[in-house]
Design a binder for this molecule. Sequence first.
Ligand SMILES: *[C@@H]1O[C@H](CO)[C@@H](O)[C@H](O)[C@H]1NC(C)=O
Ligand SMILES: *[C@@H]1O[C@H](CO)[C@@H](O)[C@H](O)[C@H]1NC(C)=O
Ligand SMILES: *[C@@H]1O[C@H](CO)[C@@H](O)[C@H](O)[C@H]1NC(C)=O
Ligand SMILES: *[C@@H]1O[C@H](CO)[C@@H](O)[C@H](O)[C@H]1NC(C)=O
Ligand SMILES: *[C@@H]1O[C@H](CO)[C@@H](O)[C@H](O)[C@H]1NC(C)=O
Ligand SMILES: *[C@@H]1O[C@H](CO)[C@@H](O)[C@H](O)[C@H]1NC(C)=O
Ligand SMILES: *[C@@H]1O[C@H](CO)[C@@H](O)[C@H](O)[C@H]1NC(C)=O
Ligand SMILES: *[C@@H]1O[C@H](CO)[C@@H](O)[C@H](O)[C@H]1NC(C)=O
Length: 503
Amino acid sequence: MFLIWVFQLVGLNSGFGLNSGLNQSLTYIWPLPCEHTSGNETLTVNPALSLSIIGHGGSFRILREGFRRYKRIIFKFSSGISVSKNSRRIRSLYDISALRIIVKSGSDELNKTEGKSVVWETIIEASTIYGALRGLETFSQLCAFDYTTKSVQISRAPWYIKDKPRFAYRGLLLDTDAFPLEVPAYPKLWNGAYSKWERYTVEDASRIVSFSYYLAWCTAGIHVMAEVDVPGHAESWGTGYPDLWPNATCREPLDVTKNFTFDLISGILSEIREIFPFELFHLGGDEVNTDLWDSFVLTDCWNKTRHVKQWLDDNKMKPKDAYRYFVLKAQEIAISKNWTPVNWEETFNAFAKSLNPRTVVHNWLGPGVCPKAVAKGFKCIFSNQNVWYLDHLDVSWDEVYYAEPLEGIGNKSKQELVIGGEVCMWGETVDTSNVQQTIWPRAAAAAERLWSTEEALSADNITVLQRLQYFRCLLNRRGVQAAPVTNYYARNPPSGSGSCYWQ
Ligand SMILES: *[C@@H]1O[C@H](CO)[C@@H](O)[C@H](O)[C@H]1NC(C)=O
Ligand SMILES: *[C@@H]1O[C@H](CO)[C@@H](O)[C@H](O)[C@H]1NC(C)=O
Ligand SMILES: *[C@@H]1O[C@H](CO)[C@@H](O)[C@H](O)[C@H]1NC(C)=O
Ligand SMILES: *[C@@H]1O[C@H](CO)[C@@H](O)[C@H](O)[C@H]1NC(C)=O
Ligand SMILES: *[C@@H]1O[C@H](CO)[C@@H](O)[C@H](O)[C@H]1NC(C)=O
Ligand SMILES: *[C@@H]1O[C@H](CO)[C@@H](O)[C@H](O)[C@H]1NC(C)=O
Ligand SMILES: *[C@@H]1O[C@H](CO)[C@@H](O)[C@H](O)[C@H]1NC(C)=O
Ligand SMILES: *[C@@H]1O[C@H](CO)[C@@H](O)[C@H](O)[C@H]1NC(C)=O
């Protein structure tokens, strides 16, 4: 949770702000804050903006890094440095020269600073350093470069903004499309890479482990959750370890009969536990159940391979039972390494009663799964593929925007079990050359749905569209290659020359 104040007693310049073609009565902050009020002053911001942090708890290094990052963004178009050596004189040229951050770690309760001297200052008050980081993002969006005065300005000041996210879990899934990771205990695991040039080395991994890289995630306030998808999507492992395949011609799902299969999963999870400190770990488990997908009659392989069939019979299992056995065993391994397992909804659909009660059910096949999962007491992540799968290129921004994770769940205490949602960028329709255009701006539409309260969201889609178009251009200015908003197909080029704001 955070609060922002931008206050000033006397405005030096009056009232022109955003591009005159834009509807100036809209609030161009993405995602929309819970509460905000604004005025009609325009303030200038000193490129030598200083930061002071008060409070305790957490690493202020993260905040300072974040501040530096946002300063680069805010002052990208201005010189960034005050020319004069006389800093007193320079300060007096700007309305805002200092940003104060107050961190009240450990408490969600935020207070207004009562009538203190907040003149000439911007204050962000937050419960945690991460709340303060989100406050910095909002602050950065208030700032815009003005081409006439060649300075960064905040229009519609004074601002008062009070904000917190609606859902705790707001995710973007990025599919690597293979599992070519070097795992020293199993050196042949990455033999299944598409080519010898498309792999992740231990050094790549340790860059993620290393403090500086980890800090990059921290300074952005982002958790990284890994997924090791078993037993249905691990065929490539068998290239190096053919024993993992039921047989040489039938390669998925992994051989359920062998201890080696589970030893290897345990080995992989042990090694990557160091890399991913986040409490959640994704175990996949999708596209195995024979009931759901004709094209994925995968357990057929188990049923048709002689030694597996023998094992099934010995253990009085049908392929379906072996699927459950496999997923539950993998869950035990993840839990033993102090992870909370996340599994795709097929596991819930097939054997909800046996799933570990801590399981977070990850919806994807369609609507209506989270209501069922939370009714049984499971936590749930909403990713209905019809609206939140970004590889579905024909899903338009408004279909993404108007998807509601709590649809069908009336009970407040059940609603709390929906921890949030995730847009999924699967590898089928992207590579490095177009992944950003495919993710953005549609991921932003889901982001506002997950962040802003329903009351704050505008029901009228014209307003939302104008705000999203503005935000898309902001992403472009920041170097993110977000595609035009209104294309029927994601990532299409603009329909012609013209303003960024109308595409
Ligand atoms: C600007 O937005 C306001 C608030 O949504 C709306 O009432 C008004 O009609 C809009 N004006 C134009 C020109 O679109
Ligand atoms: C600015 O806002 C104040 C109070 O809301 C109002 O009285 C004043 O007329 C406004 N000034 C302009 C230039 O819009
Ligand atoms: C908020 O203000 C109240 C009353 O002034 C005070 O008791 C409380 O400790 C304050 N909370 C925080 C987090 O500062
Ligand atoms: C496989 O593991 C089970 C249980 O840990 C053990 O009882 C069994 O002996 C192992 N089998 C082999 C072939 O090592
Ligand atoms: C497994 O194979 C047997 C024949 O060997 C067949 O009767 C049964 O329907 C198969 N089960 C599944 C789930 O495919
Ligand atoms: C391997 O799988 C294929 C296809 O399911 C099956 O026809 C074949 O009999 C299996 N081989 C063995 C040795 O079980
Ligand atoms: C909502 O769910 C809670 C917890 O499961 C339950 O105790 C309560 O009775 C439910 N309320 C309604 C109105 O169904
Ligand atoms: C806005 O909503 C209306 C009515 O729900 C719909 O007909 C229209 O296509 C929507 N426009 C956009 C740009 O999404």
